[in-house]
Design a protein around this ligand. Structure first.
Ligand code: FAD
Length: 541
Protein backbone atom coordinates (compact mmCIF):
# COMPACT_ATOMS: atom_id res chain seq x y z
CA UNK A 1 0.00 0.00 0.00
CA UNK A 2 1.53 3.31 -1.05
CA UNK A 3 -0.70 5.36 1.20
CA UNK A 4 1.00 6.95 4.18
CA UNK A 5 -0.56 7.72 7.53
CA UNK A 6 -0.02 10.16 10.34
CA UNK A 7 -0.48 7.57 13.07
CA UNK A 8 -0.42 3.77 12.97
CA UNK A 9 -1.98 2.03 15.99
CA UNK A 10 -1.19 -1.65 16.46
CA UNK A 11 -4.05 -3.40 18.31
CA UNK A 12 -7.65 -2.31 18.85
CA UNK A 13 -8.21 -3.22 22.51
CA UNK A 14 -8.52 -1.07 25.60
CA UNK A 15 -5.31 0.79 24.79
CA UNK A 16 -5.18 0.93 20.97
CA UNK A 17 -8.91 1.33 20.34
CA UNK A 18 -9.20 4.10 22.89
CA UNK A 19 -6.12 5.93 21.66
CA UNK A 20 -7.40 5.87 18.07
CA UNK A 21 -10.78 7.14 19.29
CA UNK A 22 -9.01 10.00 21.05
CA UNK A 23 -7.07 11.18 18.00
CA UNK A 24 -9.66 10.42 15.30
CA UNK A 25 -11.69 13.65 15.57
CA UNK A 26 -8.53 15.64 14.73
CA UNK A 27 -8.71 14.53 11.09
CA UNK A 28 -5.23 12.99 11.21
CA UNK A 29 -4.92 9.88 9.03
CA UNK A 30 -5.01 6.86 11.33
CA UNK A 31 -4.37 3.25 10.40
CA UNK A 32 -5.49 0.61 12.89
CA UNK A 33 -3.73 -2.73 12.43
CA UNK A 34 -5.52 -5.59 14.15
CA UNK A 35 -4.38 -9.19 14.11
CA UNK A 36 -7.91 -10.53 14.68
CA UNK A 37 -11.24 -9.85 13.06
CA UNK A 38 -14.71 -9.03 14.42
CA UNK A 39 -16.02 -11.42 17.04
CA UNK A 40 -19.24 -12.78 15.55
CA UNK A 41 -22.53 -11.94 17.24
CA UNK A 42 -24.01 -15.41 17.65
CA UNK A 43 -25.83 -17.53 20.21
CA UNK A 44 -22.56 -19.20 21.14
CA UNK A 45 -21.51 -15.87 22.71
CA UNK A 46 -23.71 -16.79 25.65
CA UNK A 47 -23.19 -20.54 25.66
CA UNK A 48 -21.13 -21.52 28.74
CA UNK A 49 -20.15 -24.78 27.07
CA UNK A 50 -18.77 -23.02 24.01
CA UNK A 51 -17.16 -20.17 25.93
CA UNK A 52 -15.89 -21.82 29.11
CA UNK A 53 -15.60 -25.50 28.40
CA UNK A 54 -14.57 -25.51 24.73
CA UNK A 55 -12.86 -22.09 24.78
CA UNK A 56 -14.34 -21.14 21.41
CA UNK A 57 -12.96 -17.59 21.46
CA UNK A 58 -9.51 -18.36 22.85
CA UNK A 59 -6.69 -18.03 20.33
CA UNK A 60 -4.97 -21.29 19.29
CA UNK A 61 -1.61 -19.63 20.08
CA UNK A 62 1.00 -21.83 21.75
CA UNK A 63 3.31 -20.19 24.27
CA UNK A 64 6.00 -21.85 26.39
CA UNK A 65 6.64 -21.56 30.11
CA UNK A 66 10.03 -21.12 31.76
CA UNK A 67 10.76 -24.83 31.43
CA UNK A 68 9.86 -24.83 27.76
CA UNK A 69 6.53 -26.60 28.33
CA UNK A 70 3.93 -25.52 25.78
CA UNK A 71 0.58 -24.13 26.91
CA UNK A 72 -2.39 -22.39 25.35
CA UNK A 73 -2.70 -18.87 26.76
CA UNK A 74 -6.22 -17.65 27.48
CA UNK A 75 -5.88 -14.78 25.04
CA UNK A 76 -8.38 -13.37 22.56
CA UNK A 77 -7.51 -11.72 19.25
CA UNK A 78 -10.46 -9.68 18.04
CA UNK A 79 -11.36 -6.09 17.21
CA UNK A 80 -11.74 -4.82 20.78
CA UNK A 81 -9.03 -7.15 22.14
CA UNK A 82 -9.48 -8.67 25.58
CA UNK A 83 -12.32 -6.24 26.32
CA UNK A 84 -14.58 -8.39 24.11
CA UNK A 85 -14.45 -10.94 26.93
CA UNK A 86 -13.85 -8.71 29.93
CA UNK A 87 -16.18 -8.27 32.88
CA UNK A 88 -16.19 -4.48 32.39
CA UNK A 89 -15.43 -3.91 36.08
CA UNK A 90 -13.81 -0.54 35.56
CA UNK A 91 -11.88 0.40 38.71
CA UNK A 92 -9.40 3.19 39.28
CA UNK A 93 -6.14 2.26 40.96
CA UNK A 94 -5.99 3.73 44.45
CA UNK A 95 -3.68 6.73 45.17
CA UNK A 96 -1.37 4.48 47.19
CA UNK A 97 -0.80 2.33 44.10
CA UNK A 98 0.96 5.25 42.43
CA UNK A 99 3.46 5.43 45.29
CA UNK A 100 5.89 2.91 46.70
CA UNK A 101 4.05 0.17 48.62
CA UNK A 102 5.70 -2.25 51.00
CA UNK A 103 4.63 -5.88 50.55
CA UNK A 104 5.71 -9.01 52.38
CA UNK A 105 7.63 -10.16 49.30
CA UNK A 106 9.13 -6.82 48.34
CA UNK A 107 8.36 -3.34 47.11
CA UNK A 108 5.72 -2.31 44.62
CA UNK A 109 7.53 0.61 42.95
CA UNK A 110 6.16 4.10 42.55
CA UNK A 111 4.94 5.54 39.28
CA UNK A 112 6.49 8.56 37.58
CA UNK A 113 3.12 10.31 37.94
CA UNK A 114 0.84 10.66 40.95
CA UNK A 115 -2.79 9.65 41.23
CA UNK A 116 -3.71 13.34 41.15
CA UNK A 117 -1.77 13.78 37.89
CA UNK A 118 -3.71 10.87 36.41
CA UNK A 119 -7.15 11.74 37.78
CA UNK A 120 -8.45 13.86 34.85
CA UNK A 121 -7.98 10.92 32.48
CA UNK A 122 -9.71 8.50 34.83
CA UNK A 123 -12.70 10.82 34.70
CA UNK A 124 -12.59 10.96 30.89
CA UNK A 125 -12.26 7.19 30.74
CA UNK A 126 -15.30 6.69 33.00
CA UNK A 127 -17.37 9.02 30.87
CA UNK A 128 -16.24 7.54 27.57
CA UNK A 129 -16.90 3.96 28.72
CA UNK A 130 -20.24 4.97 30.31
CA UNK A 131 -19.38 3.57 33.72
CA UNK A 132 -22.10 3.07 36.34
CA UNK A 133 -20.86 3.63 39.87
CA UNK A 134 -20.90 5.79 42.94
CA UNK A 135 -17.80 7.73 43.87
CA UNK A 136 -17.56 8.44 47.57
CA UNK A 137 -18.60 5.06 48.96
CA UNK A 138 -15.22 3.35 49.14
CA UNK A 139 -12.89 4.88 51.73
CA UNK A 140 -9.78 3.80 49.78
CA UNK A 141 -10.60 5.67 46.59
CA UNK A 142 -8.81 8.84 45.60
CA UNK A 143 -10.05 12.30 44.74
CA UNK A 144 -12.55 12.39 41.88
CA UNK A 145 -13.32 15.52 39.92
CA UNK A 146 -16.61 14.32 38.51
CA UNK A 147 -19.19 11.76 39.55
CA UNK A 148 -19.67 8.68 37.32
CA UNK A 149 -21.83 9.39 34.27
CA UNK A 150 -24.46 6.87 35.39
CA UNK A 151 -25.66 5.88 38.86
CA UNK A 152 -24.49 2.62 40.33
CA UNK A 153 -26.24 -0.56 39.22
CA UNK A 154 -28.51 -1.57 42.07
CA UNK A 155 -27.87 -4.82 43.90
CA UNK A 156 -30.17 -7.79 43.41
CA UNK A 157 -31.97 -8.70 46.68
CA UNK A 158 -29.50 -11.45 47.67
CA UNK A 159 -26.51 -9.18 47.03
CA UNK A 160 -28.19 -6.33 48.90
CA UNK A 161 -28.56 -8.70 51.89
CA UNK A 162 -24.86 -9.48 51.72
CA UNK A 163 -24.02 -5.79 51.43
CA UNK A 164 -26.21 -4.95 54.44
CA UNK A 165 -24.65 -7.74 56.54
CA UNK A 166 -21.19 -6.54 55.63
CA UNK A 167 -22.01 -2.97 56.61
CA UNK A 168 -23.49 -4.17 59.91
CA UNK A 169 -20.27 -6.07 60.53
CA UNK A 170 -18.21 -2.89 60.15
CA UNK A 171 -17.01 -3.53 56.60
CA UNK A 172 -17.31 -0.90 53.87
CA UNK A 173 -19.05 -2.50 50.88
CA UNK A 174 -19.43 -0.28 47.84
CA UNK A 175 -21.12 -0.44 44.46
CA UNK A 176 -18.69 -1.83 41.91
CA UNK A 177 -18.09 0.33 38.81
CA UNK A 178 -19.58 -1.41 35.76
CA UNK A 179 -19.19 -0.52 32.08
CA UNK A 180 -22.55 -1.67 30.76
CA UNK A 181 -25.07 0.03 28.50
CA UNK A 182 -28.31 -0.51 30.37
CA UNK A 183 -31.67 -0.91 28.72
CA UNK A 184 -33.75 1.46 30.81
CA UNK A 185 -36.85 3.18 29.57
CA UNK A 186 -35.17 6.57 29.51
CA UNK A 187 -32.16 5.25 27.63
CA UNK A 188 -33.58 3.91 24.41
CA UNK A 189 -30.23 3.76 22.65
CA UNK A 190 -28.91 1.23 25.11
CA UNK A 191 -29.45 -2.46 24.85
CA UNK A 192 -28.12 -4.18 27.97
CA UNK A 193 -30.61 -6.70 29.24
CA UNK A 194 -28.56 -7.07 32.41
CA UNK A 195 -28.00 -10.76 31.96
CA UNK A 196 -25.20 -12.72 33.61
CA UNK A 197 -23.09 -12.77 30.48
CA UNK A 198 -20.65 -9.91 30.87
CA UNK A 199 -17.93 -11.66 32.75
CA UNK A 200 -15.78 -13.81 30.51
CA UNK A 201 -18.29 -13.82 27.64
CA UNK A 202 -18.71 -11.61 24.59
CA UNK A 203 -21.93 -9.56 24.64
CA UNK A 204 -24.20 -10.73 21.84
CA UNK A 205 -26.21 -7.49 21.87
CA UNK A 206 -23.14 -5.22 22.00
CA UNK A 207 -24.24 -3.71 25.29
CA UNK A 208 -20.98 -4.16 27.14
CA UNK A 209 -18.78 -1.07 27.08
CA UNK A 210 -15.93 -2.79 25.29
CA UNK A 211 -13.32 -1.18 23.07
CA UNK A 212 -14.98 -2.28 19.84
CA UNK A 213 -18.39 -0.86 20.78
CA UNK A 214 -17.22 2.29 22.54
CA UNK A 215 -14.03 3.25 20.75
CA UNK A 216 -13.49 1.53 17.40
CA UNK A 217 -16.92 1.26 15.72
CA UNK A 218 -17.81 4.91 16.34
CA UNK A 219 -14.76 6.14 14.38
CA UNK A 220 -14.88 3.72 11.45
CA UNK A 221 -17.17 6.01 9.45
CA UNK A 222 -14.61 8.81 9.52
CA UNK A 223 -12.72 9.37 6.24
CA UNK A 224 -9.40 9.62 8.07
CA UNK A 225 -9.66 6.24 9.85
CA UNK A 226 -8.74 2.90 8.28
CA UNK A 227 -8.98 -0.46 10.02
CA UNK A 228 -7.12 -3.48 8.62
CA UNK A 229 -8.20 -6.76 10.18
CA UNK A 230 -6.25 -10.03 10.04
CA UNK A 231 -3.16 -7.86 9.99
CA UNK A 232 -0.55 -9.18 12.39
CA UNK A 233 2.37 -6.84 12.98
CA UNK A 234 5.52 -8.93 13.10
CA UNK A 235 8.21 -6.28 13.51
CA UNK A 236 9.16 -2.64 13.14
CA UNK A 237 11.88 -1.24 10.89
CA UNK A 238 13.96 1.82 11.71
CA UNK A 239 16.31 4.21 9.97
CA UNK A 240 19.97 3.04 10.00
CA UNK A 241 20.69 5.02 13.15
CA UNK A 242 17.81 3.34 14.93
CA UNK A 243 16.20 6.62 16.01
CA UNK A 244 12.95 6.55 14.04
CA UNK A 245 10.51 3.79 13.12
CA UNK A 246 10.21 3.89 9.35
CA UNK A 247 8.09 0.82 8.62
CA UNK A 248 5.55 -1.46 10.25
CA UNK A 249 5.83 -4.98 8.87
CA UNK A 250 2.53 -6.83 8.64
CA UNK A 251 1.68 -10.44 7.91
CA UNK A 252 -1.84 -10.57 6.48
CA UNK A 253 -3.25 -14.05 6.55
CA UNK A 254 -0.32 -15.90 8.02
CA UNK A 255 1.16 -16.90 4.65
CA UNK A 256 4.42 -15.17 5.43
CA UNK A 257 3.83 -12.51 2.72
CA UNK A 258 4.76 -9.17 4.21
CA UNK A 259 3.31 -5.71 3.70
CA UNK A 260 4.91 -2.56 5.04
CA UNK A 261 3.01 0.48 6.30
CA UNK A 262 4.42 3.87 7.21
CA UNK A 263 3.41 6.74 9.47
CA UNK A 264 4.92 9.65 11.37
CA UNK A 265 3.93 8.15 14.71
CA UNK A 266 3.68 4.47 15.61
CA UNK A 267 1.74 3.26 18.65
CA UNK A 268 2.06 -0.31 19.89
CA UNK A 269 -0.98 -1.55 21.82
CA UNK A 270 -0.90 -5.28 21.12
CA UNK A 271 -1.23 -6.29 24.78
CA UNK A 272 1.67 -6.66 27.21
CA UNK A 273 3.03 -9.95 25.89
CA UNK A 274 2.61 -9.24 22.18
CA UNK A 275 3.96 -5.70 22.40
CA UNK A 276 7.10 -7.11 24.02
CA UNK A 277 7.21 -9.77 21.30
CA UNK A 278 7.07 -7.17 18.52
CA UNK A 279 9.82 -5.09 20.14
CA UNK A 280 12.05 -8.10 20.72
CA UNK A 281 11.53 -9.35 17.16
CA UNK A 282 12.53 -5.94 15.82
CA UNK A 283 16.18 -6.35 16.82
CA UNK A 284 18.60 -4.72 14.39
CA UNK A 285 22.21 -3.55 14.29
CA UNK A 286 21.14 -0.35 16.02
CA UNK A 287 19.06 -2.22 18.60
CA UNK A 288 20.70 -5.64 18.95
CA UNK A 289 18.71 -6.70 22.04
CA UNK A 290 15.39 -5.64 20.54
CA UNK A 291 13.88 -2.30 19.68
CA UNK A 292 13.91 0.25 22.52
CA UNK A 293 15.67 -2.33 24.68
CA UNK A 294 19.02 -0.74 25.51
CA UNK A 295 17.96 -1.02 29.17
CA UNK A 296 17.22 -4.76 28.82
CA UNK A 297 13.81 -4.02 30.36
CA UNK A 298 11.58 -5.03 27.41
CA UNK A 299 9.58 -8.13 28.35
CA UNK A 300 10.59 -8.02 32.02
CA UNK A 301 8.41 -7.28 35.06
CA UNK A 302 5.44 -9.19 33.67
CA UNK A 303 2.53 -9.12 36.12
CA UNK A 304 -0.97 -10.60 36.02
CA UNK A 305 -2.36 -10.48 39.57
CA UNK A 306 -2.47 -13.12 42.23
CA UNK A 307 -6.17 -13.98 41.96
CA UNK A 308 -8.70 -16.51 43.16
CA UNK A 309 -12.20 -17.09 41.85
CA UNK A 310 -14.43 -18.69 44.44
CA UNK A 311 -18.03 -19.86 44.46
CA UNK A 312 -19.61 -20.13 47.91
CA UNK A 313 -22.73 -22.22 48.36
CA UNK A 314 -25.22 -21.39 51.08
CA UNK A 315 -28.66 -22.59 52.08
CA UNK A 316 -30.36 -19.60 50.50
CA UNK A 317 -31.19 -19.50 46.82
CA UNK A 318 -29.31 -16.87 44.91
CA UNK A 319 -31.46 -15.96 41.93
CA UNK A 320 -29.32 -12.95 41.10
CA UNK A 321 -28.78 -12.52 37.38
CA UNK A 322 -26.29 -9.64 37.19
CA UNK A 323 -24.06 -10.21 40.18
CA UNK A 324 -21.05 -7.94 39.71
CA UNK A 325 -22.40 -5.02 41.70
CA UNK A 326 -20.57 -5.32 45.03
CA UNK A 327 -16.97 -4.97 46.17
CA UNK A 328 -14.97 -4.28 49.31
CA UNK A 329 -11.54 -2.79 49.77
CA UNK A 330 -11.26 -3.13 53.55
CA UNK A 331 -8.01 -5.07 53.10
CA UNK A 332 -6.67 -3.08 50.16
CA UNK A 333 -4.25 -0.96 52.21
CA UNK A 334 -1.98 -1.81 55.14
CA UNK A 335 -4.16 -2.20 58.23
CA UNK A 336 -4.05 -2.48 61.98
CA UNK A 337 -1.39 -5.04 62.92
CA UNK A 338 -0.44 -5.43 59.27
CA UNK A 339 2.08 -3.30 57.40
CA UNK A 340 1.23 -4.70 54.01
CA UNK A 341 -1.85 -4.65 51.79
CA UNK A 342 -3.89 -7.78 51.04
CA UNK A 343 -6.10 -6.80 48.11
CA UNK A 344 -9.59 -6.41 46.72
CA UNK A 345 -12.69 -8.62 46.97
CA UNK A 346 -15.43 -8.24 44.37
CA UNK A 347 -18.33 -10.23 42.98
CA UNK A 348 -17.99 -12.27 39.82
CA UNK A 349 -20.42 -13.14 37.06
CA UNK A 350 -22.97 -15.66 38.32
CA UNK A 351 -22.07 -19.36 38.21
CA UNK A 352 -24.16 -21.52 35.97
CA UNK A 353 -24.27 -25.27 35.61
CA UNK A 354 -22.68 -25.26 32.15
CA UNK A 355 -19.61 -23.32 33.23
CA UNK A 356 -19.33 -25.25 36.50
CA UNK A 357 -19.29 -28.47 34.58
CA UNK A 358 -16.13 -27.30 32.86
CA UNK A 359 -14.60 -25.97 36.05
CA UNK A 360 -15.32 -28.84 38.41
CA UNK A 361 -16.78 -32.01 36.97
CA UNK A 362 -16.85 -33.64 40.44
CA UNK A 363 -18.92 -30.92 41.99
CA UNK A 364 -21.97 -33.05 42.52
CA UNK A 365 -19.83 -35.44 44.56
CA UNK A 366 -18.54 -32.56 46.67
CA UNK A 367 -22.01 -31.28 47.40
CA UNK A 368 -24.11 -34.37 47.95
CA UNK A 369 -27.77 -34.13 47.23
CA UNK A 370 -27.49 -31.22 44.84
CA UNK A 371 -27.58 -31.35 41.09
CA UNK A 372 -25.31 -28.98 39.21
CA UNK A 373 -28.32 -26.80 38.44
CA UNK A 374 -29.24 -26.59 42.12
CA UNK A 375 -25.65 -25.95 43.12
CA UNK A 376 -25.41 -23.12 40.60
CA UNK A 377 -28.62 -21.67 41.99
CA UNK A 378 -27.11 -21.51 45.47
CA UNK A 379 -23.74 -20.18 44.36
CA UNK A 380 -22.50 -16.72 45.27
CA UNK A 381 -19.34 -15.92 43.32
CA UNK A 382 -16.37 -13.85 44.39
CA UNK A 383 -13.08 -12.74 42.91
CA UNK A 384 -10.12 -12.09 45.21
CA UNK A 385 -7.17 -10.11 43.92
CA UNK A 386 -3.78 -9.55 45.50
CA UNK A 387 -1.10 -7.49 43.81
CA UNK A 388 1.78 -9.41 42.28
CA UNK A 389 5.13 -7.68 42.13
CA UNK A 390 7.12 -6.64 39.05
CA UNK A 391 10.01 -9.09 39.17
CA UNK A 392 12.71 -8.72 36.49
CA UNK A 393 12.83 -12.47 35.94
CA UNK A 394 9.10 -12.68 35.28
CA UNK A 395 9.65 -12.17 31.67
CA UNK A 396 8.48 -12.49 28.06
CA UNK A 397 11.14 -13.64 25.63
CA UNK A 398 10.85 -14.77 22.02
CA UNK A 399 12.58 -17.73 20.39
CA UNK A 400 14.02 -17.83 16.87
CA UNK A 401 10.67 -19.08 15.52
CA UNK A 402 8.88 -16.10 17.01
CA UNK A 403 7.20 -18.04 19.83
CA UNK A 404 6.48 -16.36 23.14
CA UNK A 405 8.17 -17.81 26.22
CA UNK A 406 6.76 -16.67 29.54
CA UNK A 407 8.84 -17.15 32.65
CA UNK A 408 6.78 -16.50 35.77
CA UNK A 409 6.93 -17.22 39.47
CA UNK A 410 4.31 -15.79 41.77
CA UNK A 411 4.71 -13.31 44.59
CA UNK A 412 2.74 -12.26 47.63
CA UNK A 413 1.36 -15.76 48.16
CA UNK A 414 1.06 -15.25 51.90
CA UNK A 415 -0.81 -11.95 51.37
CA UNK A 416 -3.17 -13.82 49.04
CA UNK A 417 -3.61 -16.50 51.72
CA UNK A 418 -4.35 -13.82 54.34
CA UNK A 419 -6.89 -12.23 52.01
CA UNK A 420 -8.54 -15.62 51.63
CA UNK A 421 -8.56 -15.91 55.44
CA UNK A 422 -10.35 -12.56 55.70
CA UNK A 423 -12.72 -13.71 52.97
CA UNK A 424 -13.60 -16.82 54.99
CA UNK A 425 -14.46 -14.55 57.92
CA UNK A 426 -16.69 -12.58 55.59
CA UNK A 427 -18.42 -15.76 54.45
CA UNK A 428 -18.98 -16.60 58.08
CA UNK A 429 -20.41 -13.17 58.66
CA UNK A 430 -22.85 -13.36 55.75
CA UNK A 431 -23.92 -16.91 56.54
CA UNK A 432 -22.06 -18.75 53.81
CA UNK A 433 -19.13 -20.21 55.74
CA UNK A 434 -20.61 -23.43 57.00
CA UNK A 435 -21.15 -24.49 53.47
CA UNK A 436 -19.01 -25.43 50.56
CA UNK A 437 -16.66 -23.32 48.50
CA UNK A 438 -15.47 -24.19 45.04
CA UNK A 439 -12.33 -22.73 43.55
CA UNK A 440 -13.25 -21.81 40.02
CA UNK A 441 -10.84 -21.47 37.17
CA UNK A 442 -12.90 -18.75 35.45
CA UNK A 443 -10.51 -16.87 33.18
CA UNK A 444 -7.48 -17.97 35.08
CA UNK A 445 -6.51 -21.54 34.69
CA UNK A 446 -6.19 -23.48 37.94
CA UNK A 447 -4.13 -26.20 36.30
CA UNK A 448 -1.73 -23.90 34.49
CA UNK A 449 -2.07 -20.55 36.27
CA UNK A 450 0.41 -18.97 33.86
CA UNK A 451 -2.14 -19.45 31.05
CA UNK A 452 -4.49 -16.98 32.71
CA UNK A 453 -3.07 -13.95 30.94
CA UNK A 454 -6.22 -11.82 31.18
CA UNK A 455 -4.57 -9.18 33.39
CA UNK A 456 -1.13 -9.20 31.75
CA UNK A 457 0.86 -5.99 32.27
CA UNK A 458 4.25 -4.44 32.83
CA UNK A 459 6.54 -5.55 29.98
CA UNK A 460 7.55 -2.04 28.86
CA UNK A 461 7.17 0.11 31.93
CA UNK A 462 7.23 3.88 31.89
CA UNK A 463 9.57 5.96 34.02
CA UNK A 464 11.97 8.85 34.06
CA UNK A 465 15.18 6.81 34.01
CA UNK A 466 16.08 5.20 30.65
CA UNK A 467 18.25 2.69 32.52
CA UNK A 468 15.30 1.17 34.36
CA UNK A 469 12.33 1.83 32.08
CA UNK A 470 11.43 1.43 28.40
CA UNK A 471 9.07 4.39 28.04
CA UNK A 472 9.20 8.00 29.15
CA UNK A 473 6.38 9.64 31.08
CA UNK A 474 4.38 10.20 27.86
CA UNK A 475 4.83 6.50 27.00
CA UNK A 476 7.23 7.30 24.15
CA UNK A 477 10.13 4.86 23.91
CA UNK A 478 13.19 6.53 25.45
CA UNK A 479 15.31 5.42 22.50
CA UNK A 480 13.01 6.27 19.57
CA UNK A 481 11.63 9.58 18.30
CA UNK A 482 8.25 8.35 17.12
CA UNK A 483 7.37 5.11 18.91
CA UNK A 484 4.75 4.98 21.68
CA UNK A 485 3.24 2.13 23.70
CA UNK A 486 -0.36 2.45 24.91
CA UNK A 487 -1.46 -0.87 26.35
CA UNK A 488 -0.98 -2.36 29.83
CA UNK A 489 2.74 -2.83 29.12
CA UNK A 490 3.41 0.59 30.62
CA UNK A 491 2.33 -0.34 34.19
CA UNK A 492 5.27 -0.11 36.66
CA UNK A 493 3.05 -1.94 39.18
CA UNK A 494 -0.41 -3.42 38.84
CA UNK A 495 -2.20 -2.71 42.13
CA UNK A 496 -4.99 -5.07 43.15
CA UNK A 497 -7.91 -3.84 41.08
CA UNK A 498 -8.73 -4.74 37.48
CA UNK A 499 -6.44 -3.00 35.00
CA UNK A 500 -8.59 -1.94 32.03
CA UNK A 501 -9.74 1.51 33.21
CA UNK A 502 -6.12 2.48 33.86
CA UNK A 503 -5.15 1.32 30.35
CA UNK A 504 -8.08 3.28 28.90
CA UNK A 505 -7.29 6.43 30.88
CA UNK A 506 -3.65 6.23 29.88
CA UNK A 507 -4.55 5.72 26.22
CA UNK A 508 -6.59 8.94 26.30
CA UNK A 509 -3.67 10.70 28.00
CA UNK A 510 -1.13 9.44 25.46
CA UNK A 511 -3.55 10.13 22.59
CA UNK A 512 -3.93 13.73 23.69
CA UNK A 513 -0.16 14.04 23.96
CA UNK A 514 0.31 12.68 20.43
CA UNK A 515 -2.39 14.99 19.08
CA UNK A 516 -0.60 17.90 20.73
CA UNK A 517 2.64 16.83 19.14
CA UNK A 518 0.91 16.73 15.74
CA UNK A 519 -0.47 20.21 16.42
CA UNK A 520 -4.13 19.18 16.45
CA UNK A 521 -6.92 19.19 18.98
CA UNK A 522 -8.90 16.26 20.38
CA UNK A 523 -11.65 18.51 21.68
CA UNK A 524 -14.47 16.47 20.21
CA UNK A 525 -12.78 13.17 21.01
CA UNK A 526 -12.67 11.10 24.16
CA UNK A 527 -12.80 14.17 26.34
CA UNK A 528 -16.38 14.83 25.26
CA UNK A 529 -18.71 13.09 27.71
CA UNK A 530 -20.75 10.37 26.04
CA UNK A 531 -23.85 9.94 28.25
CA UNK A 532 -26.93 11.99 27.71
CA UNK A 533 -27.54 13.27 31.25
CA UNK A 534 -25.46 13.59 34.35
CA UNK A 535 -26.42 11.86 37.58
CA UNK A 536 -24.42 13.59 40.30
CA UNK A 537 -25.62 11.33 43.07
CA UNK A 538 -25.99 7.66 43.60
CA UNK A 539 -29.34 6.27 42.59
CA UNK A 540 -30.97 2.92 42.11
CA UNK A 541 -31.97 1.79 38.67
C1 FAD B 1 -12.09 -12.87 30.43
C2 FAD B 1 -11.50 -11.54 30.79
C3 FAD B 1 -12.14 -10.78 31.78
C4 FAD B 1 -11.59 -9.54 32.13
N1 FAD B 1 -12.29 -8.74 33.01
C5 FAD B 1 -11.83 -7.51 33.28
C6 FAD B 1 -12.60 -6.61 34.08
O1 FAD B 1 -13.71 -6.90 34.50
N2 FAD B 1 -12.06 -5.39 34.35
C7 FAD B 1 -10.84 -5.01 33.87
O2 FAD B 1 -10.40 -3.90 34.18
N3 FAD B 1 -10.11 -5.83 33.09
C8 FAD B 1 -10.58 -7.04 32.78
N4 FAD B 1 -9.87 -7.86 31.93
C9 FAD B 1 -8.57 -7.38 31.44
C10 FAD B 1 -8.72 -6.33 30.34
O3 FAD B 1 -9.55 -6.81 29.31
C11 FAD B 1 -7.32 -6.00 29.82
O4 FAD B 1 -6.56 -5.50 30.91
C12 FAD B 1 -7.32 -4.95 28.73
O5 FAD B 1 -8.14 -5.29 27.64
C13 FAD B 1 -5.88 -4.77 28.24
O6 FAD B 1 -5.85 -3.80 27.23
P1 FAD B 1 -4.65 -3.82 26.18
O7 FAD B 1 -4.90 -2.69 25.25
O8 FAD B 1 -3.37 -3.89 26.92
O9 FAD B 1 -4.79 -5.22 25.42
P2 FAD B 1 -6.01 -5.82 24.60
O10 FAD B 1 -7.28 -5.19 25.02
O11 FAD B 1 -5.92 -7.29 24.67
O12 FAD B 1 -5.69 -5.38 23.11
C14 FAD B 1 -4.60 -5.90 22.39
C15 FAD B 1 -4.99 -5.96 20.92
O13 FAD B 1 -3.85 -6.17 20.11
C16 FAD B 1 -4.15 -7.15 19.12
N5 FAD B 1 -2.87 -7.75 18.72
C17 FAD B 1 -2.08 -8.59 19.43
N6 FAD B 1 -0.96 -8.85 18.77
C18 FAD B 1 -1.01 -8.15 17.60
C19 FAD B 1 -0.14 -8.01 16.49
N7 FAD B 1 1.05 -8.63 16.47
N8 FAD B 1 -0.54 -7.24 15.46
C20 FAD B 1 -1.75 -6.60 15.48
N9 FAD B 1 -2.61 -6.70 16.51
C21 FAD B 1 -2.24 -7.45 17.58
C22 FAD B 1 -5.11 -8.09 19.82
O14 FAD B 1 -5.86 -8.87 18.93
C23 FAD B 1 -5.96 -7.08 20.59
O15 FAD B 1 -7.01 -6.57 19.81
C24 FAD B 1 -10.39 -9.08 31.54
C25 FAD B 1 -9.77 -9.85 30.54
C26 FAD B 1 -10.32 -11.07 30.17
C27 FAD B 1 -9.64 -11.87 29.10
Amino acid sequence: MAEEFDVIVVGTGAGGGTLAHTIAPSGKRILLLERGTYLSKELDNWDPGEVFVDGKYISPDTWYDGDGTPFQPQIHYFVGGATKMYGAALYRLRPADFGELKHLDGISPDWPVTYDDFEPWYTKAEWLYQVHGSHGEDPTEGRWSRQYPWPAVSHAPRIQQISDSLAQGGYHPFHAPCGILLNEADRPASTCIRCAWCDGYPCMVHAKADAEVIAVRPILGLPNVTLLRNAEVTRLQTDPGGHTVTGVVVDRGGDGKEEIYRADIIVLAAGAANTAKILLRSASDAHPAGLANGSDQVGRNYMFHNSKAVAAFGEHDNDTVYQKTLAINDFYLPGIGREWPLGNIQMLGKSNAGAMKGEEPHLTKLIPGWSLDEAAHHAVDFWLTTEDLPKPDNRVTVDSDGNIHLDYSDSNESEAADLYGEFRKILNHVGLAKHHVLHKNFFMSMNIPIAGVAHQAGTARFGTDPATSVLDVNCKAHELDNLYVADTSFFPSIGAVNPALTAIANAIRVGEHIAGRLGVSTATGASAPAPRTEHPTHGEL
